[in-house]
Structures are given as structure tokens and as C-alpha cells.
Design a protein around this ligand. Structure first.
Ligand SMILES: NC(=O)c1ccc[n+]([C@@H]2O[C@H](COP(=O)([O-])OP(=O)(O)OC[C@H]3O[C@@H](n4cnc5c(N)ncnc54)[C@H](O)[C@@H]3O)[C@@H](O)[C@H]2O)c1
Length: 295
């Protein structure tokens, strides 16, 4: 594998591009607008600068990494000869199905198509293609350059060869792949999202405040970050989409998204990416304060 295309340059896509480019792959990063690509480039540069400061990489390694990332506004010729395409666009089944249909037409027969979806059925995504044996879930965690886990999701149709290639490739990236079966929310989000949803219910019922709830889970359960701050990092829109998939998939009321979560998403309070979620990040990450609506 040499050439990797990443569709979507948001929170996850820019991190995935960063990791592959750092390991000497040529990366084609695609998003809908020049502005999104510019933001992605700035984020990758900032993250590489942080690694220089910590003496993890040199200035030259940063420059080499950046030179291997190519930015495109459209899914076109650049995906044709890719060995692997990783889709990391908005968590919408319709959007993902359209993209996989397009990729199936454009890419070589041998190209593996992976989705970074948090919850949408990989079998459903694969059904938009004529190469179901080469479609797999490659679920990176946020922030991608730091988090070690890749949840690799196989369907009944995914070939052993595809599974082995993706498991091996994850190791080349320095990650730990864990193979799981296709099921709503897979393993990670089936367990994580009900906890986040419950934390939001606890807040909306005024059992306690934002930082108090997070502190209970950090100091009481040894979680490195509280569930409300984690929701801000994931993106409240992404959390809502995952809960909707779990609710639809299992039909169980325990997965029904909290009203407060829906209201915040409608209001554009999406967390870190809009600088306002359960916390306000407008003065920087270190100076975060609780969103005024909860005071
Ligand atoms: N945020 C997380 O913590 C997290 C963790 C693991 C997996 N995921 C999954 O990763 C995927 C991306 O999530 P994100 O948090 O990076 O979202 P995001 O909103 O930060 O970024 C999504 C990007 O996709 C782009 N996009 C949308 N439609 C497109 C199209 N047709 N072609 C090209 N680009 C398109 C958008 O412009 C945007 O820049 C989702 O499936 C999400 O469930 C997210």
C-alpha cells in the first residue's frame, strides 16, 4: 500500500491523513470546500508543531509529512489509483451511500474501501458497491494521531484478505487493531454513548452541574476525561447521530437521545468544533469555562 485517499477533512479525516503521511504514505485528502481543506491543513500543521515541541519529530519530518498530503475539492481522478480509500465524512447514511457508489465506479477493482463511521452498518454501506468483499470498517478514535485503537469492523462478506490487509496496515501506523463484527455502534460506541447520554440526562434533570458530573467520572472512575467534555470532543452532532443509529438498531428506549442533546445540536452548540458545547472554548482549550446556559 502506498497511496491512500481520505474523504472528509474534518475532525477525523485530518487526523487520519496526518497519521498515514507521517508513515510515508502519499495521502489525498478530499473535502467539499477549499475553506475546509485550509482548516484541515492548519490543524495538521499545528499538531505536527506540537510534536516538534515535544521532540517526537523534527522540523524536517514535519515538512516531509506535509509534502505527502495533497488536497482536493472533489472525489475524482485522485481516488482512481488509490490502494485504500477511507471515508470520514459526516455521520449520515445517505451521504455515505452516495460516496461509496461513486467510489465503486471510480476506483480500481483492487482498491479497498473503508469507512470510519462510528455506528452505521458496514454491510449497508458495502451494499452500495459491487465489491462487498473489499469493504470494511476502520474506526479510528479521536484525536487520531494520539489514540492507539482502531476498531476494525468486518461483515459476513468482508474477505479474509481484506481483513488481514487492514489489520496489518493499522499496525504499520503504530495502532492496535481490534476486530469486531458489524452491529449497531460496534463495540466502542455501543458502550460509550449510553454513558454520555445518561450524563446529559443527569445534567438536564439538574442532579448536578457540568464540571461536577465530569469530576465524578474522572476522580471516581479514573476516566481521563469526563463524559460531557468527551461529548464536546466527539461533536454533539456525531453523538446524536450515533444514538439515533443505536435507538433504531436495537429499538430500546435506553438509547433514545436526550432532549437537551437534540436542542444543543439544533442550536449549533456542537462542542469543540464550534467552540461551544457543554463547555465554552472561545478563550482556548486551557481556559475553557462551563457554557453559560448551565450557570
Ligand atoms: N468525532 C469523533 O470523535 C469521531 C470518532 C470516530 C469516528 N467518527 C466518525 O468519523 C466521521 C467523520 O466525523 P468527524 O467528527 O470528522 O466530522 P466533521 O463534521 O468534523 O467532518 C466531516 C467532514 O466531511 C465533509 N464532507 C461531508 N460530505 C462530504 C462529501 N460528500 N465529500 C467530501 N467531504 C464531505 C465535511 O465538509 C466535513 O469537513 C463520521 O462518520 C463520525 O461518526 C467521529
Amino acid at each position: 500500500m502506498k497511496k491512500i485517499s481520505v474523504i472528509g477533512a474534518g475532525t477525523m479525516g485530518n487526523g487520519i491523513a496526518h497519521c498515514f503521511a507521517q508513515k510515508e504514505f502519499e495521502v489525498y485528502l478530499i473535502d467539499l470546500s477549499n475553506e475546509n481543506l485550509k482548516n484541515a491543513k492548519e490543524t495538521i500543521e499545528k499538531n505536527l508543531d506540537r510534536m516538534i515541541k515535544k521532540s517526537i519529530i523534527t522540523q524536517k519530518e514535519k515538512e516531509d509529512t506535509m509534502s505527502r498530503i495533497h488536497f482536493y475539492e472533489q472525489i475524482g481522478e485522485c481516488v482512481e489509483n488509490s490502494d485504500l480509500v477511507i471515508e470520514a465524512v459526516t455521520e449520515s447514511k445517505k451521504v455515505k451511500l452516495d460516496i461509496f457508489k461513486k467510489l465503486d465506479l471510480l476506483c480500481n477493482q483492487d482498491t479497498i474501501l473503508a469507512s470510519n463511521t462510528s455506528s452505521i452498518s458496514i454491510a449497508d454501506i458495502a451494499s452500495a458497491t459491487t465489491r462487498q468483499d473489499k469493504v470494511i470498517g476502520m474506526h479510528f478514535m479521536n484525536p487520531v494521531p494520539i489514540m492507539k485503537l482502531v476498531e476494525v469492523i468486518k461483515t459476513k462478506q468482508t474477505s479474509q484478505e481484506t481483513i488481514k490487509t487492514i489489520m496489518d496496515l493499522s499496525c504499520v501506523l503504530g495502532k492496535k487493531p481490534v476486530l469486531v463484527n458489524d452491529s449497531p455502534g460496534f463495540v466502542a460506541n455501543r458502550i460509550l454513548l449510553p454513558m454520555i447520554n445518561e450524563a446529559i440526562h443527569t445534567l438536564s434533570e439538574k442532579v448536578s452541574g457540568v464540571s461536577e458530573i465530569d469530576t465524578v467520572m474522572m476522580l471516581g472512575m479514573s476516566h481521563p476525561m469526563g463524559p460531557l467534555q468527551l461529548a464536546d470532543f466527539i461533536g454533539l452532532d456525531v453523538c446524536l447521530s450515533i444514538l439515533e443509529v443505536l435507538h433504531e438498531g436495537f429499538g430500546d428506549i435506553k438509547y433514545q437521545p436526550s432532549k437537551l442533546l437534540k436542542e444543543m445540536v439544533e442550536n449549533g452548540e456542537l462542542g469543540v468544533k464550534t467552540q461551544l458545547g457543554f463547555y465554552d472554548y472561545s478563550n482556548g482549550m486551557k481556559e475553557k469555562s462551563v457554557n453559560k446556559r448551565f450557570n
